[in-house]
Design a protein around this ligand. Structure first.
Ligand code: ACO
Length: 328
């Protein structure tokens, strides 16, 4: 008798955004009070962003917990059935303990494995890749994988080239071991040589004081080019690993940073708009939360159907990027 191959499958998704939505017009009016000029027209045409959610009175944990509860409920299981928690975040509520341990406690759990992954906007695909690997070994049965961010707290509201781009939110999935196909292939990459000059928030804590800038600094055009080239290449690579071609992908859930990045990659790969999930207009760039938020949106809006081949892709500071290909 042959041993069934162990796959991992997503069995539930969830998401949470804070209640406060800020449209481009509202943001432009607020920034004008500080002498910073921008407009809905500039933001929409350069980025595709129409609004973003801002966490005024919510922490990363609040967002992660709400998204997790929804994913667990939709998975038809209980928190106690989770034996591995991985949180991807760049904006934890403190230096330590990890957000995963804080989330574990908030879910009323004890004893299961819990740790964070820090790969900025690629964090969620990194976390999914790690979770898939751990569940496939048979060491863990069911994992909660979360991307959660309050990026708005790293924004310099006097820097119009970055402050209009980001928003807050969280997305979560439950994945579990399965005999039937789920995650088909994944691959993580990084190139640290781009370093802090390209994209960073270069703050650290020393002797009870924050040293360095606590704001995001970015070379937008360099990031744009790197995002397009890395995700295009990664898409082809991971399709090749699974023995399929890019045309075989039914639904593409890319990192939601900029509609022009998404359109340029789609053009290079020949992906039609109907296969592409776009939520950057609604959420802005939510870093590690962007892909799971977009995935949950796609699931709840009927864009992903059983049997679909789905590509998830993240890219961000580091530079770090990666792809997860799965059968829904
Ligand atoms: N409103 C109005 N004008 C603005 C704004 C703004 N919010 N921001 C910049 N400008 C101005 C600039 O000052 C510049 O003016 P100038 O010509 O008088 O000097 C002009 O617009 C053009 O600026 P560019 O930087 O050349 O604009 P560009 O077309 O490159 O768009 C953008 C900038 C949107 C940041 C783009 O480079 C981009 O999206 N890059 C990708 C960055 C990204 O997505 N980062 C997210 C984190 S990493 C990740 O998630 C992948």
């Amino acid at each position: 008798m042959s041993t069934p191959r162990i796959y991992t499958r997503i069995v539930g998704t969830g998401s949470c955004v804070p209640p406060r939505v800020v449209t481009n017009d509202e943001l432009a009016a607020e920034l004008a009070k500080r002498g910073v000029q921008t407009s809905d027209e500039w933001i929409r045409t350069r980025t595709g962003i129409c609004q973003r959610y801002i966490a005024e009175n919510m922490s990363t944990l609040d967002l992660a917990l709400a998204a997790s509860r929804q994913a667990i409920e939709r998975a038809g299981c209980a928190p106690a059935d989770i034996d591995l928690i991985i949180v991807a975040t760049t904006t934890p509520d403190g230096v330590f303990p990890s957000m995963a341990c804080r989330l574990q406690a908030a879910l009323g759990l004890k004893g299961c494995a819990a740790f964070d992954v820090q790969a900025v906007c690629a964090g969620y695909v990194y976390a999914m890749s790690v979770a898939d690997g751990l569940v496939r070994t048979g060491a863990y049965r069911r994992a909660l994988v979360v991307g959660a961010e309050v990026l708005s707290r790293l924004l310099d509201w006097d820097d119009r080239s970055t402050c209009v781009l980001f928003g807050d939110g969280a997305g979560a999935v439950v994945i579990e071991a399965s005999d039937s196909e789920g995650i088909l292939a994944h691959r993580m990459h990084a190139d640290g040589s781009f370093g802090v000059e390209t994209l960073s928030c270069d703050a650290r804590i020393e002797h009870n004081a924050v040293v360095g800038t606590g704001f995001i600094r970015m070379n937008g055009q360099q990031v744009f080019k790197l995002a397009v080239s890395s995700l295009t290449e990664s898409f082809r690579e991971v399709c090749g690993m699974a023995g399929i071609t890019p045309e075989d992908v039914d639904v593409w859930v890319p990192h939601q940073a900029n509609i022009r990045i998404i359109e340029m990659i789609a053009h290079r790969l020949g992906l039609p708009p109907e296969k592409t999930v776009v939520t950057v207009n609604l959420h802005g760039n939510t870093s590690a939360a962007s892909v799971p938020l977009a995935l949950d949106w796609a699931v709840t809006h009927g864009r992903i159907k059983p049997g679909n081949t789905v590509m998830l892709q993240g890219v961000g500071a580091g530079m770090a990027w990666g792809s997860v290909l799965l059968r829904w």
